[in-house]
Write a protein that binds this ligand. Structure first.
Ligand SMILES: *[C@@H]1O[C@H](CO)[C@@H](O)[C@H](O)[C@H]1NC(C)=O
Ligand SMILES: *[C@@H]1O[C@H](CO)[C@@H](O)[C@H](O)[C@H]1NC(C)=O
Ligand SMILES: *[C@@H]1O[C@H](CO)[C@@H](O)[C@H](O)[C@H]1NC(C)=O
Ligand SMILES: *[C@@H]1O[C@H](CO)[C@@H](O)[C@H](O)[C@H]1NC(C)=O
Ligand SMILES: *[C@@H]1O[C@H](CO)[C@@H](O)[C@H](O)[C@H]1NC(C)=O
Ligand SMILES: *[C@@H]1O[C@H](CO)[C@@H](O)[C@H](O)[C@H]1NC(C)=O
Length: 594
């Protein structure tokens, strides 16, 4: 039993009760108004901005299917006119919240989303099919009309389906609060009880926390070129947030000690004026512009609106959790965080600060801490206010150098959605609780020793939500391997006379992977489940970088390269049962220099 000490903050009256952004009437909107007034106006722009990017009626995205969330209307530099499962899910989580907070007009949008996702799950794509293995669920992105995206991409990506489930479960619980009517998707999640404790175990293990530097690692096993300091450790807790969850919950809540420590390390990383010149000369107690990770080179690595807003949201979340539980625990892991927000580093000390406070007319330490963290949160929103253009549109990024001009995709749905969710939390509007209250719950009990177990899921199309019925054929996976020297930007596709290989249609061909490509072995590969017993003719095709067209292998017809698909084993469709060893025939490609 830990002995809890009431910590007294010396000089606590010096803590500011709140920080009000000074309204300067010199500058035009959005900079020339108070923070509160900016948030009030931008909140409406943000909601309109989200809805304008959703089909079929979204004003900025003609051509998008019903319930399909387009990442951004921008079609070039960069082309974001696609739907990402992740962005769409996070957007809809916020829209479901907004609906539950009283915006009943959103219900048709939510119904459209449910239907669109039920159908999208059944679309065969380069990551695979829904049946029987669920592999197709890993596909990160689809075309605006809901058809497969066939370009080269980092795939599969696993976060999208889980985030989509979070959004849909929240709505499903609203529909059937007693949880005794059939859930939308009709299947129970046995894997949840077997795998969730393992995931919690790994997330809480030393492997994911650099104890000497005090931060969670955003990624492991990728070598030394990434520090692991990554804003995904800040965005993750926003998705798992439950205002009633205890701070020490293994679900890594916003008020978790490791999360707060990570927050400080991340923010300090971006305070460096050599990394982000626009953050120069900002006092340590004030928020700064935040990006993805210090090694980021995408668009030369700039601050993102949604991450800077996410920082504010995380702090509002933490404040709400302390308010609910009635105390703040300061320990050696999060001490540096609390010191950084206190006006004098000597004020914060390890111990528990309770709400109860006997001294009249003196701000309690508990209130002082919550006020300081709230003011710190507001200061991140002020950074966003500073770099928001007069139209109120929020792009993906703003330049790390003065004057912080917006760049990359304009009117990014996720930027708008993050503004909305930040506003909800600032207004003390919280999504329904979901973390089990009883600590005896299986879901909250990571085993003492983590194990890399696996579980085979059961998959079915969500026909009750509008998905088509699918026929399952027993398949065996073939590993296609081809040696093909390529220049940077050139890709290799596999096609053939089977519908699984696109029937010679390059729009349906399989993009191959180059993750094992070396100069010694220029390997492109693809693992493709194919119907057992089929005899398939196939060929490889080069895709050029600037739209110069495709280069087919020479002297190849459907009868040249062939593979016979061996018998399948039910339940083992993803086990490689055959492989090819080929070398690309014919001319190499040439970069278009675009
Ligand atoms: C983004 O929104 C602003 C404000 O409505 C508009 O001027 C701009 O054209 C939009 N950009 C795109 C790519 O839709
Ligand atoms: C499934 O099989 C049935 C009967 O063979 C057929 O009518 C139907 O079109 C098939 N569905 C799909 C999606 O292929
Ligand atoms: C790619 O490399 C990884 C790591 O060395 C190896 O495990 C995997 O089998 C390789 N895959 C192929 C298709 O060569
Ligand atoms: C595909 O090509 C192979 C090899 O030429 C051939 O044996 C097979 O019958 C073809 N399949 C179809 C459906 O035409
Ligand atoms: C298949 O390719 C080989 C090697 O390029 C060639 O000798 C042969 O004629 C081709 N066969 C057919 C049927 O195209
Ligand atoms: C592909 O490259 C590897 C490594 O150099 C070699 O062992 C293999 O024989 C090559 N395959 C073909 C078909 O040339």
């Amino acid at each position: 039993m830990v002995h809890l000490t009431q910590v007294v903050f010396a000089g606590l009256v010096a803590w500011p009760a709140a920080v009000c952004a000074a309204a300067t009437d010199k500058k035009p909107w959005p900079q020339g108004v108070s923070l509160k007034s900016f948030i009030g106006t931008e909140q409406k722009i943000a909601l309109d901005g989200v809805l304008a990017n959703i089909g079929p009626n979204g004003a900025r995205v003609p051509g998008a299917g019903p319930g399909i969330v387009i990442a951004s209307p921008t079609k070039e530099n960069p082309n974001y006119f696609y739907t990402w499962t992740r962005d769409a899910a996070l957007t809809y989580k916020t829209l479901v919240d907004e609906f539950l907070f009283g915006n009943k007009a959103l219900q048709p949008y939510i119904e459209d989303y449910i239907h669109s996702q039920a159908v999208l799950q059944t679309v065969t794509n380069p990551s695979g099919k829904l049946l029987p293995s669920g592999a197709g669920l890993g596909e990160p992105k689809f075309n605006a009309d809901g058809s497969r995206y066939n370009g080269n991409w980092g795939r599969p990506q696993r976060d999208g389906p889980a985030l989509r489930a979070i959004a849909l479960i929240e709505y499903s619980n609203y529909l059937s609060p007693a949880r005794n009517s059939p859930p939308l998707w009709g299947l129970s999640c046995e894997a949840c009880t077997s795998q969730a404790p393992q995931i919690l175990c790994f997330l809480n293990s030393p492997a994911f926390f650099d104890a000497s530097k005090g931060h969670l690692l955003g990624n492991i096993n990728i070598g030394s070129f990434r520090s692991g300091i990554d804003a995904n450790t800040l965005l993750g807790p926003l998705a798992s947030f439950d205002v009633n969850a205890p701070c020490d919950s293994p679900t890594l809540q916003p008020c978790h000690s490791k999360v707060l420590s990570t927050f400080k390390v991340l923010v300090d990383t971006f305070r460096d004026p050599n990394l982000y010149p626009i953050n120069a000369n900002i006092p340590k107690t004030k928020g700064v512009a935040l990006g993805r990770y210090p090694e980021d080179i995408y668009y030369t690595g700039n601050p993102w609106y949604l991450i800077t807003l996410g920082a504010a949201e995380l702090l509002y979340d933490a404040v709400a959790q302390w308010e609910r539980q009635g105390f703040v625990s300061i320990d050696k892991t999060n001490l540096a965080f609390f010191k950084s927000i206190s006006p004098s580093p000597s004020l914060a000390r390890a111990g528990t600060v309770y709400r109860a406070w006997p001294v009249l007319n003196v701000l309690s330490p508990f209130s002082a801490i919550l006020n300081a963290v709230t003011a710190y949160a507001d200061s991140f929103v002020s950074v966003v206010q500073k770099y928001t253009p007069p139209s109120g549109s929020l792009a993906e990024q703003f330049l790390k150098t003065a004057p912080g001009t917006p760049i990359s995709a304009d009117n990014l749905t996720w930027s708008f959605a993050s503004f909305l969710s930040m506003t909800h939390r600032r207004n003390k509007q919280f999504p329904p609780s979901w973390v089990p209250t009883s600590s005896s719950s299986l879901l909250l009990k990571p085993p003492s020793q983590c194990a890399g177990t696996s579980y085979k899921g059961t998959y079915a199309p969500a026909t009750s939500a509008g998905a088509p019925q699918l026929n399952v054929t027993c398949q065996s996976t073939i590993l296609f391997q081809v040696n093909a020297s390529t220049y940077y930007g050139e890709n290799i596709y596999l096609t053939g006379n089977s519908s699984d290989l696109g029937n010679w249609d390059l729009g349906q061909a399989i993009p191959m992977q180059s993750s094992n490509y070396t100069s010694e072995r220029p390997l492109w590969f693809a693992k493709v489940p194919l119907s057992a017993g089929e005899n398939i003719g196939y060929a490889f095709v080069r895709e050029q970088d600037c739209g110069q067209g495709w280069i087919w292998e020479s002297a190849v017809d459907a009868g040249n390269r062939t593979v016979s698909v061996p018998p399948c084993v039910v339940g083992e469709e993803e086990v490689v049962r055959g492989e090819t060893d080929d070398a690309f025939r014919g001319e190499g490609g040439r970069s278009g220099g675009c």
